[in-house]
Design a protein around this ligand. Structure first.
Ligand code: NAP
Length: 295
């Protein structure tokens, strides 16, 4: 099969490229080669390559920055997917579009989880722009998969875990306050890329939740990660109120992979065991990259 990956240099895009290129002909592009907000660029890339499947990992993912750059968020997260879906339809391709747990408002009491059919109600500009992207895809084509994932980390690209590591390596005695009252499922981008491969092979259709199994808080994630990395740290729990941010985040964005499970396709693993594997594979590289960062 011919697969086009957009946002191919991002965190998920990097892992998708590595996984999908094993058995498919893959063209992976990022903003410098294909700006998904430009319908003409999208049209010409899809007409030229002729993919069977387009995997859209491109997004404006800076949740707080979306609050002040809402136009940009809307262009990349809503208009971009619309351009891809319209062109996918014209050229007979399926679009796999990645969305987010932040389409929910988080009002359920943890550990209750959200399923694919639950009502969406985003509480941030990022969440609203991603929901608009989902709706644009559904309006433009019938041949799509929308995968809602959450709290992504991976070896390619910056993320919360890398930030925690670099802060603690700079000064292990420094107290790092981390929010302990928001619940979600930290998801390894490599595992999600394997899940995407499975869905392509099994010809999935429609909306899927695709997050790691189990749930935790940002504080639990940071502590577990730094413990597994065996680096000294001083991570302390705080509340959302203690750590104000521009964007409101859902207090509970635990998703259940109900459709993946019902169809027998769920490859997602417990988040702690994925984290262990991630650390076992990348510990040295993570430390040397963090040490290379300018102080
Ligand atoms: N990260 C998370 O915690 C998280 C959680 C839930 C859902 N998701 C969703 O998962 C998907 C993948 O996230 P990720 O963490 O891999 O994101 P990422 O690392 O930020 O990668 C996104 C990529 O898209 C590129 N991009 C930005 N604007 C573009 C445009 N106009 N045209 C083409 N490419 C563009 C970015 O390039 P630049 O870097 O040059 O801007 C970047 O390489 C996204 O849809 C995101 O909304 C992420």
């Amino acid at each position: 099969m011919k697969l086009l990956i957009c946002g191919g240099k991002g965190q998920l895009g990097t892992d998708c490229h590595a996984i999908l290129a094993r058995n498919h002909e893959v063209m992976s592009v990022d903003l410098d080669e294909l700006d998904i907000t430009d319908p003409l660029q999208v049209e010409s890339a899809i007409a030229g390559f002729g993919p069977n499947v387009i995997v859209n990992c491109a997004a404006y993912t800076a949740v707080d920055a979306c609050e002040t750059r809402s136009e940009m968020a809307w262009k990349v997260n809503a208009e971009g997917p619309r351009n891809l879906a319209a062109a996918a339809k014209r050229y007979g391709a399926q679009l796999i579009h990645i969305s987010t747990d932040y389409v929910f408002d988080g009002g359920k009491a943890p550990p209750e989880s959200y399923v694919e059919t639950d009502e969406t109600h985003p509480v941030s500009c990022y969440g609203r722009s991603k929901l608009a992207g989902e709706n644009a895809v559904k309006e433009a084509t019938n041949n799509y998969m929308i995968l809602r994932t959450a709290w992504l980390y991976g070896i390619g690209g910056p993320n919360f875990l890398k930030t925690m590591l670099s802060l603690t390596l700079k000064d292990p005695t420094r107290e790092i306050k981390v929010v302990n009252d928001q619940f979600g499922s930290p998801t390894w981008s490599y595992r999600l890329a394997l899940q995407i491969e499975k869905l392509i092979n099994e010809e999935g259709q429609g909306v899927y939740h695709a997050t790691a199994e189990g749930h935790g808080t940002w504080f639990q994630l940071a502590s577990e990660f730094l413990d597994q990395m065996v680096v000294p740290h001083c991570v302390v729990p705080c509340t959302t109120a203690d750590y104000p941010t521009l964007a409101t985040r859902p207090m509970n964005s635990i998703l259940e992979n109900r459709r993946l499970k019902e169809s027998g396709m769920n490859l997602m693993q417990d988040w702690r065991s994925d984290l262990r594997q991630f650390v076992a594979e990348f510990r040295d590289r993570l430390i040397s990259e963090a040490r290379e960062e300018p102080r």
